[in-house]
Write a protein that binds this ligand. Structure first.
Ligand SMILES: N[C@@H](CCC(=O)N[C@@H](CS)C(=O)NCC(=O)O)C(=O)O
Length: 201
């Protein structure tokens, strides 16, 4: 059975949990990282000392987007376009998500772990940076219904996970109708529902 290692309050772990649902996989998630610390066995497999990591039979993978690509290649290729040109369009949004995550960090930590809101200057600066980046996502979603293209795919999971957080934070947000409509589509997916049910901590 697939083992997903990592505390569930991590965005990068949530991405993998969502992906495992999309792939229809039975899996067990085991806490690691953060307040749970790291075992020597884990660090022997993942010297990067971060979560998530997966064990899938004899295969071990760390780095969340590498894990997603592996899972979909192995178990749900229909959700990762085979055409290199279409695949690359989605891939760019998957990788770009890490830039977005940097922008959202202060707003997330300030609001969720610091009890602040958009009136805090550090949170407000982060929220403004997020808004500018989310406007790029909105522009893309004005052209196509999913970041993966014409239908849902693996490339929707990374930014979908972060957009869910963005829409939940007590900050000012511009109206971004295409992001909102995309999120409505994502909310129908059981994998999204599984991670959206996890309280922010
Ligand atoms: N690029 C890495 C980033 C992983 C990462 O930064 N994970 C955070 C949680 S979201 C982490 O492990 N933080 C330290 C910890 O939880 O012990 C990935 O996508 O897997």
């Amino acid at each position: 059975m697939l083992i997903i290692w990592g505390r569930i309050n991590s965005h990068n772990v949530k991405k993998v949990v969502w992906g495992a649902h999309e792939c229809g996989l039975d899996f067990e998630r085991r806490d690691m990282g953060g307040s749970f610390g790291y075992t020597p066995d884990y660090l022997a497999k993942n010297p990067n000392r971060l979560v998530p990591m997966i064990d899938d039979g004899s295969v071990t993978v760390w780095e969340s987007n590498a894990i997603l690509r592996y899972l979909f290649a192995a178990h749900a290729p229909q959700l990762w376009p085979a055409d290199p040109a279409i695949r690359a369009q989605g891939d760019q949004w998957m990788d770009w998500q890490f830039l977005y995550a940097d922008a959202q960090r202060d707003a997330f930590l300030g609001c969720v772990r610091g009890g602040k809101d958009g009136s805090d200057p550090v949170v407000a600066k982060s929220a403004a940076a997020c808004a500018a980046l989310m406007a790029m996502v909105d522009a893309q979603l004005a052209r196509q219904p999913f970041l993966s293209g014409e239908s849902f795919g693996v490339a929707d999971i990374p930014m979908g996970t972060y957009a869910h957080t963005w829409l939940s934070l007590p900050i000012e947000r511009p109206a971004l109708p295409h992001v909102e409509m995309w999120m409505e589509r994502l909310r129908t997916r059981p994998g999204f529902q599984a991670i959206a049910a996890v309280p922010f901590t």
